[in-house]
Design a protein around this ligand. Structure first.
Ligand code: PXL
Length: 270
């Protein structure tokens, strides 16, 4: 039996429990063959005060040249934090040259949260991402990213209506199914799914803490479960439950990521 082979393209933050250090173990534990195309190496994620960053754009081209010669193909792509607009052009070449028949492209735009862009990004990056998502089969923006991508006013306390407005604008740009994460209502947190012109909502109890890396964790579990089941709602439920379990297992003194290692070790097989 061959597992689905997925290529995840995001940065390696050496410390911080996000991006590749989350995606690779989670995808593997969920039974998906995890391959990586690192976009940059950072000392740690950018929510810390200081960080170093080595852009891997030239090396990405060398890696893909070798892959072409080896004839590699992937059943799916999961994109997260890319780092520069140039990498989006590389991503398009990567989809063109390495997609197996029927390969799914899942893009988490990863450039902001809580109504703000992450420090490394500007409006040019958002505009390039708005173009890249046209290539996707599924996109996973959080509410902030959905708003920036569509120039929709970010209203955290009216998040379902805000998300719906942004989704309809996104749907004018891309045929991808859209999953807006981090939507909140009446003490609950969840996802707004838009697929085949229909909305579905998935809700869970909201835990009070906010941590970095939970979006990357959500995207990894979502992708693994979706690739195996083809069911977006089930993938959202599994990913939401996994993130909640990781948050519950996180010590209050640990401020930069979540204890997904505990959740991976104690989860029921899916
Ligand atoms: O978790 C998202 C993420 C990924 N990679 C880097 C980041 C962040 C969020 O801050 O800084 C480098």
């Amino acid at each position: 039996m061959r597992s689905k082979r997925i290529l995840t393209m995001q940065d390696l933050s050496c410390v911080g429990q996000c991006s590749l250090t989350v995606a690779l173990p989670v995808l593997s534990a969920y039974g998906v063959e995890a391959c990586a195309l690192p976009t940059a190496i950072l000392s740690n994620h950018t929510a810390f005060e200081k960080w170093s960053c080595l852009d891997l754009t030239p090396e990405m081209n060398h890696i893909m040249a070798a892959w072409r010669e080896n004839g590699f193909k992937f059943d799916a792509f999961l994109l997260g934090y890319l780092g520069s607009a140039d990498i989006m052009n590389i991503a398009k070449v990567c989809f063109r040259d390495f997609a197996a028949d029927g390969a799914k492209i899942i893009i988490d735009p990863v450039f902001g949260d809580n109504g703000k862009l992450y420090p490394a990004f500007d409006k040019g990056y958002v505009a390039a991402m708005a173009e890249l998502i046209e290539s996707a089969d599924i996109i996973l923006p959080n509410l902030t990213e959905a708003c920036f991508l569509t120039e929709t006013e970010y209203k955290a306390n009216d998040s379902v209506e805000t998300a719906k407005k942004a989704v309809l604008r996104l749907a004018e740009r891309t045929n991808a199914a859209i999953v807006v994460t981090g939507v909140e209502q009446g003490g609950r947190i969840g996802e707004l799914i838009y697929s085949d012109e229909e909305f579905t909502e998935v809700w869970a109890e909201k835990l009070s803490h906010h941590f970095n890396g939970t979006g990357d964790l959500f995207a990894s579990v979502f992708t693994a479960v979706y690739l195996k089941s083809g069911d977006m709602r089930a993938a959202c439920e599994a990913a939401g439950a996994f993130v909640a379990e990781s948050i519950r297992a996180t010590d209050a003194s640990h401020t930069y990521g979540v204890n997904f290692e505990y959740a991976l070790n104690h989860r029921k097989q899916q």
